[in-house]
Design a protein around this ligand. Structure first.
Ligand code: SF4
Length: 408
């Protein structure tokens, strides 16, 4: 099968006036993110996932997908972006304001990938979906010759339809179809959001563990609980999982420990937790047999569960960035490099013997056992990443806050 031709039925374009009424960062189809460039020239989604990032862009009420511009113009805007580097810059497609595998959006997803692929570009291209993926769709993904496609399947296992209106069985079926038919692309179990009281029972964890066998890698993470999302929960009388919000995803420490216990393979010295990762880029890189592209190597709380071979790949690929300057210069794909000590290691204490207590650089770790909300400064040096998709640097503190009881 060859890659798809131009879609026959195009989504309507928004008018200039409609575009002018959008938040500025939604009207711009290319967004610089800490994990690459995000291309979003289709906006609007009928799925009402309560924790959707569209709340942040004041776009949650737009239920019918519409285009900001043509796929051709969007690809031009992407490849002409000042931080785009051919073959290097990771691309995320339709990860901000729509669902890329909806029937009306899918033709644009495929066409945009085709336009990139036909330029001979070998950049990573990430598609994140929770919707249906058919065998025909996998044939299209397999048809791309150059672009490195990874389809990440968002799976939560949450059964409260007020919070998660899309049955997780759809995502589970899509993941299995993707994995069974993968040839040129890779698929990742994107296990999120993990929320205390909603989907962290032993049954939930075991189900996700079994699902991970149908993916080239798995990544797990918590809830992105920003003010806008908390407001939506309150307005719709949804059970609030936490007493307060955070700039980063929230992952309870004890849940992380249970997940690691579940994935642990005591007899497998090469992959002691299997292909399980805390960071999306690590899972994507592993799935393609490549080093992490997002500067995580050397962070103990991330790399301590990584397969040995992958650690070797990342170690071999790591290069000391130039000395920090007052105005950080862009890294290889436009991102300011983090500082390292002169010996070439991370400037934070590397690989101490104490066990990890926090999940990751993009996660505010919240202990479910701490009795009162307190914040303790993490003495670690600045870390390299923020929330997946975040434009801001990561926090330097690790909060240890007890979650509020989940109302049922
Ligand atoms: S070694 Fe570290 S940076 Fe590299 S993939 Fe593993 S966890 Fe990620």
């Amino acid at each position: 099968m060859t890659a798809p031709a131009r879609p026959r039925r195009l989504l309507p374009l928004l008018t200039a006036q409609q575009i002018a009424s959008l938040q500025l960062d939604l009207a711009d189809p290319v967004e610089y993110r800490k994990s690459g460039l995000s291309l979003n020239h289709v906006i609007g989604c009928p799925l009402d996932c309560s924790y959707c990032i569209r709340h942040i862009y004041a776009n949650f009420d737009m239920k019918i997908p519409r285009r900001l511009m043509s796929d051709e113009d969007a690809v031009k805007a992407l490849t002409g972006h000042k931080y785009f580097r051919p073959h290097v810059t990771p691309i995320q497609l339709f990860n901000k304001a729509t669902e890329p595998m909806l029937p009306v959006v899918k033709p644009h997803t495929f066409n945009t990938l085709r336009l990139l692929d036909e330029q001979g570009l070998t950049n990573h291209a990430l598609i994140i979906t929770r919707w249906r993926v058919s065998e025909e769709d996998t044939a299209v993904f397999n048809a791309f010759q150059n672009i490195k496609v990874t389809v990440l399947v968002t799976y939560s296992g949450i059964s409260d339809s007020g919070i998660e209106p899309v049955d997780s069985k759809i995502a589970a079926a899509s993941l299995k179809t993707l994995y069974a038919n993968a040839d040129r692309y890779r698929t990742v179990l994107y296990w999120r959001p993990i929320v205390p009281g909603l989907n962290d029972s032993d049954l939930h964890l075991n189900t996700a563990r079994e699902l991970a066998d149908h993916a080239h890698a798995a990544v797990f993470t918590g809830l992105f609980f920003r003010d806008e999302i908390a407001d939506y929960y309150k307005a719709h009388d949804l059970p609030s999982p936490y007493e307060d919000t955070a700039r980063r995803k929230i992952m309870p420490e004890d849940t992380e420990a249970r997940i690691l216990d579940l994935f642990r393979r005591p007899a497998d010295s090469a992959e002691r937790w299997g292909p399980l990762f805390r960071k999306t880029s690590c899972a994507v890189a592993y799935a393609h047999g490549l080093a992490d592209y997002n500067g995580h190597y050397g962070i103990r709380e991330l790399c301590d569960i990584c397969p040995k071979r992958q650690l070797g790949l990342c170690a071999a690929a790591w290069r000391a960035p130039p000395s920090p300057t007052p105005t950080p210069s862009p890294g290889p794909w436009g991102r300011a490099p983090r500082s390292r000590s002169p010996n070439g290691r991370s400037s934070r204490p590397a690989w101490p013997n104490t066990p990890a207590t926090s999940c990751s650089t993009d996660t505010v770790s919240r202990s479910t056992t701490a009795p009162t909300p307190t914040a303790s400064a993490d003495t670690a040096a600045p870390r390299s990443g923020g929330t997946e998709g975040s434009k801001e640097p990561p926090p330097r503190e690790v909060l240890r806050v007890a979650p509020s009881p989940v109302r049922r």
